[in-house]
Ligand binder design. Structure first.
Ligand code: IMP
Length: 435
């Protein structure tokens, strides 16, 4: 084995939507491979280029850089209909994806009945506010060994049997009243979605291992975030994959040797979509102001995002479980012009105690209340391109965050466009070639 290639992992430190797409897009021209390794089309990465917005759900965010080879590894669950639509939309903008794409033969497929089951469950008592994209059922079928993988479409002799297993289970749960299409219809539809992608299906594990051995730089693109991680998030209000660094190893088949650096991405405040604990949530008109300024509406579902203050225990948890070596702080400019800005230092536990650790149980989350520190607001950070351009109050705010993270700030974003923001140290710039 050879080491030495410079591989970077980009992961969300909060509840998703931190702005990972911008960082990935910014850095990906320096990488030969950009890899998705978990999640599905519950993710929505927005990238803005020359004022034009592009929303991606499953195609890796490096897509705009023609030299990047795009990999969808085994840990992803794929909605093939949506994937084809995304590729068509990119093609209309002159971006060719199919000639530089590999999809893992081991990646599981999200099937129409998974989506129906997800949506049916969300109508009942177990509702958690999912994206309704069938993510949970697809991963559930994978774990119970009733899933259908992309490679199954290369083996038509076994496809019907594999499809039937999971279909029967779902049909039994949904009952005959549901709008469930017949198994034959689902097979036919899914085969038509696979057809244009067939030549891209392959062994992504060996592709990536070879790339690593040849020291080709690889960028790993996390979807969702630490607090939505199935093990380390706010269970049960989580997604169904490991969105933390552990998910990368299982989701690609690479070892920890392939990781040179983890960059954690966080907003300068916090947001969450869907139900579940969110101690720093800001109610009323201030929350509304931040939502409007930050355009805090889901890329995937359009749902309004709940907005809150920057929460130190939340982001520290992300830093710890992922071994983040640098932080990218996004959307600082959204806080411009506020009189006061708060940061959550920790929580009081109801009996006078103070903790900087996250509660482990759903009920414990209900017991804690946030302890805040108030900072003076600042005028304008929008489009600032270096540290010294920032107002003193914004510098104080960021410095406080850094001092409490055990991890330096590597990048500050001051606007949606690629050009708005700056690197703080050589933590990330060592992964960049001069432009
Ligand atoms: P699911 O992933 O659709 O099963 O949804 C589970 C939870 O994760 C819900 O609270 C969703 O709102 C949340 N979620 C899933 N994907 C994302 C994302 O990309 N950004 C933010 N929240 C997400």
């Amino acid at each position: 084995m050879r080491s030495g290639s410079k591989n970077l992992v980009i992961l969300g430190m909060q509840w998703g939507d931190e702005g990972k797409g911008k960082i990935i897009d910014l850095l990906s021209r320096n990488f030969s491979y950009v890899v998705r390794f978990q999640g599905g089309n519950n993710a929505g990465h927005t990238i803005v280029v020359n004022g034009e917005t592009l929303a991606l759900h499953q195609v890796p965010s490096g897509t705009l850089h023609p030299k990047c080879f795009l990999v969808v590894a085994n840990g992803v669950v794929l909605n093939l209909e949506v994937f084809n639509q995304e590729i068509d939309r990119l093609k209309q903008r002159g971006v060719d994806v199919l000639s530089r794409l590999m999809l893992s033969e081991k990646a599981h497929v999200i099937l129409p009945h998974h989506i129906l089951l997800d949506q049916w469950r969300e109508g009942g008592a177990g509702r958690i506010g999912t994206t309704g994209r069938g993510i949970g059922p697809a991963y559930e079928m994978k774990s119970s060994r009733m899933g259908v993988r992309l490679g199954d479409f290369l083996h038509p002799e076994t496809l019907h049997t594999r499809m039937e297993l999971g279909y029967r289970e779902v049909a039994a749960r949904l009952g005959s009243q549901s709008a469930l299409p017949s198994l034959e219809e689902i097979i036919e539809r899914t085969q038509s979605w696979v057809a244009p992608l067939k030549r891209c299906i392959g062994n992504t594990q060996t592709l990536l291992y070879d790339a690593w051995e040849q020291k080709s730089p690889i960028l790993f693109e996390g979807a969702q975030a630490s607090l939505l991680d199935i093990d380390h998030g706010t269970y049960p209000y989580v997604t169904s994959s490991n969105c933390s660094v552990g998910g990368l190893l299982a989701g690609t088949g690479l070892s920890h040797h392939a990781i040179d650096m983890v960059c954690g991405v966080t907003k300068a405040y916090a947001t969450r979509v869907g139900d579940g604990p969110f101690p720093s949530e800001i109610d009323g008109s201030l929350g509304e102001t931040i939502r409007t300024r930050g355009k805090e509406f889901g890329t995937t579902t359009g749902r309004p995002r709940r907005c809150g203050w920057f929460d130190i225990p939340v982001v520290r948890h992300g830093v710890q479980i992922n071994g983040a070596g640098g932080l990218a702080i996004m959307k600082l400019d959204v806080l411009d012009g506020l009189e006061e800005i708060k940061i959550i230092l920790g929580y009081s536990d109801g009996s006078g105690g103070f903790t900087r650790h996250l509660p482990g149980h759903e009920s414990d989350w209900k017991e804690v209340s946030p302890i805040e520190k108030t900072f003076r607001g600042w005028g304008k950070t929008a489009a600032c391109k270096q540290w010294s351009d920032l107002p003193k109050e914004a510098q104080t705010y960021l410095k406080f965050i850094e001092d409490n993270m055990g991890c330096p700030i590597a990048y500050v974003s001051t606007g949606a466009d690629r050009r708005e923001g700056f690197f703080m140290s050589d933590i990330l710039s060592s992964f960049m070639e001069p432009s």
